[in-house]
Design a protein around this ligand. Structure first.
Ligand SMILES: Nc1ncnc2c1ncn2[C@@H]1O[C@H](COP(=O)(O)OP(=O)(O)OP(=O)(O)O)[C@@H](O)[C@H]1O
Ligand SMILES: O=P(O)(O)O[C@H]1[C@H](OP(=O)(O)O)[C@@H](OP(=O)(O)O)[C@@H](O)[C@@H](O)[C@@H]1OP(=O)(O)O
Ligand SMILES: [Mg+2]
Ligand SMILES: [Mg+2]
Length: 361
């Protein structure tokens, strides 16, 4: 009997497609009977396929509706992951909230999130407001929305009250925690967990605090480009070699807890080691479908994952369900509001300005 083949459709922004869909991945998946097929976002999803699974990282209501309708017409197809589950990661408060709700017990290591508060109105922010919120300088101001735009990655490290005048709400003000300039990126792919070290912001001492400018703006400081990544000298310079990885069992427990609570299969989380307390780690960021191609051996990790979900071997949770809100889709289809003239619902993959990978002072 001929081997059963599976079709995995992928809908990714051009830059993501270029980094993730590499020939090595396509070939390895194909050898295991899995065809990776590009979804043309200029055409309705329902007119494409058949797909056993849809993999996606696109934003917006149009795409969400397309997925719902596709799911209605193809009830057996898996959507990785559901837009409703992904949505939680588009807000930096709801993103970390889930980490505080994990039921986690370990005698040797503890974890949590940094103190933070959300600010909608720049006028209310002052040094005494900060104090009333339990925060002190330095603090990091992060855009509340984490929608993948270049703007959503623009951060401000604020050293004193003058720096507070630069804030552009809505933002999250988060305590800056000294962590030895090393960040741990923990990649999760189903039940697979991989932790890598990256450079981060240097520690700020009490002494330095008085000497620094009022703020420092930066963007994606821990997102290395390929050249840096492969440069051993660079790693040595940053003392990354010396930094000890958190215990794997601890990371696996957190990853499993987050995965179940968020009902997501594909994400990474950023962890820092709190220098003030012994073995305490803080989750500072969670990203949907991160840069997996930077992960060692990503082709076989991803292929194993596809194989597991397609063969129903995924032992996690029952989240590969149909996309909800069927009523809304029926209404659109029934009223011929969808695709009446051209049969298309415009999908615009994320437009983003060029990313900055360097700290700007
Ligand atoms: N609370 C904190 N204390 C110390 N450093 C922090 C803190 N929060 C963030 N950082 C530093 O700032 C960087 C950017 O923060 P964060 O990860 O929240 O932003 P991001 O733009 O969402 O990143 P990514 O590119 O991973 O999506 C982190 O990688 C880390 O170096
Ligand atoms: O661009 P890369 O491939 O490096 O991946 C980055 C990814 O960008 P892309 O998915 O748009 O490409 C980012 O997504 P958005 O927040 O911007 O949506 C975010 O997940 C980063 O954390 C990823 O870097 P990593 O955490 O893996 O270092
Ligand atoms: Mg991050
Ligand atoms: Mg992020």
């Amino acid at each position: 009997m001929a081997e059963r083949r599976f079709g995995v459709g992928y809908a990714l922004a051009p830059k993501k497609q270029a980094s993730f869909i590499q020939a090595t991945l396509v070939n390895l998946a194909s050898e295991r009977g899995i065809d990776l097929i590009r979804i043309d976002t200029d055409k309705p999803l329902t007119e494409q396929g058949p797909f056993d699974c849809v993999l996606h990282k696109l934003y917006g209501e149009d795409w969400r509706l397309q997925l719902k309708e596709f799911s209605l017409q193809n009830p057996q197809a898996l959507i990785i992951d559901s837009p409703e589950s992904i949505e939680r990661l588009h807000n930096r408060i709801s993103m970390l909230q889930v980490a505080t709700e994990l039921d986690f017990k370990c005698e040797t290591v503890s974890f949590g999130i940094p103190k933070q508060t959300v600010v909608y109105d720049a006028k209310i922010v002052s040094a005494s407001y900060l104090e009333s919120e339990g925060l002190k300088f330095p603090v990091i101001a992060k855009p509340l929305v984490a929608d993948g735009s270049a703007k959503s990655h623009k951060m401000l490290l604020v050293f004193n009250k003058d720096g507070l005048t630069k804030l552009k709400p809505p933002i999250v003000l988060q305590e800056f925690v000294n962590h030895g300039a090393v960040i741990f990126k923990v990649y999760v792919v189903g039940d697979y967990v991989k932790c890598v070290k990256r450079k981060s912001l240097p520690d700020v001492t009490e002494e330095n605090l008085g000497k620094l400018e009022s703020y420092l703006s930066f963007s994606q400081v821990s997102n290395l480009n390929t050249c840096e990544k492969n440069d051993d000298k660079y790693y040595k310079l940053m003392n990354l070699d010396d930094a000890e990885l958190p215990p794997l069992s601890f990371l696996t427990d957190i990853a499993r807890g987050l995965r179940r609570a968020m009902k997501l299969h594909l994400f990474n989380f950023d962890l820092i080691r709190d220098n003030r307390v012994g073995n305490r780690y803080l989750i500072i960021d969670i990203n949907y479908f991160p840069g997996y191609a930077k992960m060692p051996n990503y082709e076989s990790v991803m292929t194993d994952f596809f194989w597991d979900v397609l063969n129903k071997n995924d032992k996690g949770f029952e989240s590969l369900q149909k996309v909800s809100c069927e009523k809304e889709v029926r209404m659109l289809v029934g009223n011929k509001g969808y695709g009446e003239d051209e049969g298309t619902l415009p999908v615009s993959p994320l437009k983003r300005e060029e990313k900055e990978n360097t700290i700007q002072v």
